[in-house]
Ligand binder design. Sequence first.
Ligand SMILES: Nc1ncnc2c1ncn2[C@@H]1O[C@H](COP(=O)(O)OP(=O)(O)OP(=O)(O)O)[C@@H](O)[C@H]1O
Length: 269
Amino acid sequence: MGDLLTIDDLSIRHAGRPLVSGVSLSVTAGERLGLIGESGSGKSLTALAAIGLLPEGMTASGSVRLAGREVIGAADRDVVGLRGTAVATIFQEPLTALDPLMRIGDQIAEVARRRARRDGRSLSRAGVAAEVTALMARVALPDPARLSRAYPHEMSGGQRQRAAIAMALACRPRLLIADEPTTALDVTTQAEVLKLLETLVREENMGLLFISHDLPVVGAAVDRVVVLRAGEMVEEGTVAEVFGRPRHPYTIGLVEAARAFDRAIGAAL
Ligand SMILES: Nc1ncnc2c1ncn2[C@@H]1O[C@H](COP(=O)(O)OP(=O)(O)OP(=O)(O)O)[C@@H](O)[C@H]1O
């Protein structure tokens, strides 16, 4: 009841090759779910299937329900309306979401205007400006009046990711899908962006599907995790269960590798 996203027995194939097999998960309001696994394990494809944006030539079977609507087999025009309303996405590299030739404030304003139109709300020029300032403040971008006039290349990596998050929030989504959102950031900025996501999800009662190969990052960002290996689910549970008492040999290996890394860092400091 009330799932924002329900994936049931999802399989994805390309040129006869299975890439994802039998994945099932769900995200409800206020819930933060992590999807973890090594590179190539099918995390991003699962997320793309969730928003009906699989690459050309791939076929999906099973069921993906986004805001209660079936995505697999749906006409593109039916899914387009869900993207940017029911769900918004942020990616590892914020530059992919940002137009290099447009001031950041104008980009956030465009999303806010589009969302208002879809809701049938009329937004005056002053109303749009106020919403942009509020969104920039919400993601803790400093000096919104000045920074809203900046182009993406004039901002730091952390500021760009905050701007991309502000654009996602301008959609007023019920579900946020974040695919490796902190991987390109330095460790301090990474921690700040994770904290920001945690606060936003809690305060807006959004659902979060958080994708990462980095266990400590996932542990800090979510409540429950699903572990993928070679396109298959090998384990799921709360962070405490899966990281504290991993059962599958693959997860045991992942957790042990993360611990060994921590020990090496500790020894070096
Ligand atoms: N456009 C594509 N055409 C063919 N195969 C693809 C395509 N995109 C991904 N794959 C294959 O699908 C599998 C899953 O890829 P996916 O991008 O979901 O992995 P991932 O877990 O997100 O990895 P990473 O952490 O490196 O992003 C991989 O074997 C990959 O080679």
